[in-house]
Design a protein around this ligand. Sequence first.
Ligand code: NDP
Length: 453
Amino acid sequence: MKKAAVIGDPISHSLSPAIFNLLKQYGGVPDFLYEAIHVPALELGSFLERARKDFIGVNVTLPHKEKVLDYVDDLSPEVARIGAANVIRFADGKAKAHNTDVGAILRTLDTHDVVLAGADVLLFGAGGAAKAACEAFGMMGARSVAIVNRDGMKAEAMGAAFVRHFPQTDFFSWQDGGAKKRSFTLVVNATSVGMDGSPIIWPSPFELLDTCTFSFAFDLIYRPAMTTFLKRSAARGATTIGGLEMLIDQAMATWSVWLNDLVDPEKVKRDLRRELTTLLEKEGTDNLFLCGFMGAGKSSVGKIVAEKTGRSFFDIDQQVQRRTGRTVGEIFQAFGEPTFREIETELLNEASHRSHQVIALGGGTLLRQENLEVVLRAGTLVYLNASKEHLAARLAQAKTARPLLADGSDTEALFRSREPAYLRAPVHVVTDGLTPREVAETLIQQLSLEKKS
Ligand code: NDP
């Protein structure tokens, strides 16, 4: 058995196992086995030591693309130049690091007719993928690359290193978003911000885009397919490029490093793109969304339904707290309701790409038409319909946790403004007089959901 894997932290978002399972059919290696393995930073060295004996190679994803160089015996010339690798090949007890991201970025930009000779680029990120991007921009003869990164020192150091490699390109750290340049041919996201499951960052580093003009936007992230970065860029009139093509390209190049050259690679690429696009489109169609006024029992009922039907449970309000590190009330207080709604929309979009979940919406999530559309497309919307008296009794105990009630605002008016959106749900469950468990049972029966055995 020829074993390989992709390693990273997190890793559940990875599409690489799906790609390599398809590739093995084209590559004629039926005894090839590929898996995704969660490897935290502290275990990287010990994992690679073990992998040398059992694996033909590993793909390396975030956050290990740079650190992994400490654990190999040999570097390809490209890796030695840029200091980041996404492929390790094990042979004769030795580990050699390669980088197939650079070629994949070059070919992806070429496919979209992005010409960078003499052009200006804005790059978000200074990690392993950003380094591969800088190498590609230098090779394409870009005039300048403005780098924006959370850790400004890393942006400075990366810029300085690439100016040495490509003296004709002005790589510079653009931390203050100052007036140096506002017009770009290409903007690129090589951070993990916006990736499925990543923390929600507020204010978004991509707000900078709203003050720039640019023709193309390339997000290396492939899940979700349409990221906030790409949406924001599309709204500015740019042509958008997602990360899927690059992912497929670097995987095919990885296959060649480990095993053999694929016959008719253009056809393989086309087939893979079709198969994976279909796979991504199928994601997120069998979800159950629970809506209703605050106090209707969305979280408690949702948890029970998820447990009984073997689905995962996703509570938008809880996720806001987990992923921003602030409570809903704190966000309202510090940034106001519009900011909270933005974060909520981002989380909903992300969750809607996954399948087999029960998702408890916030009381006001459906106020945005775009959210209602997402929910109606990605599953079944259920309204937990509780009478005003019933809600009033429950809310009387929970004023502090509900920011829109904390200032003594008119609950009745709030309910009236939200009810039309709840009534768009095709399924209604009247909850008065029922315990959360009874509501859950009613819902399961009403929708004929299969129970976990
Ligand atoms: P690294 O861990 O090496 O770098 C992560 C980058 O994201 C750094 O610039 C980091 O900033 C930034 N970042 C992380 N968290 C935050 C945050 N909370 N706020 C602001 N910035 C943040 O990862 P990689 O370079 O390997 O990967 C980056 C992204 O590119 C990932 O989403 C990955 O999936 C994608 N990718 C896609 C590929 C494809 O084939 N389509 C190939 C390679 C990568 P800082 O330096 O300050 O920590």
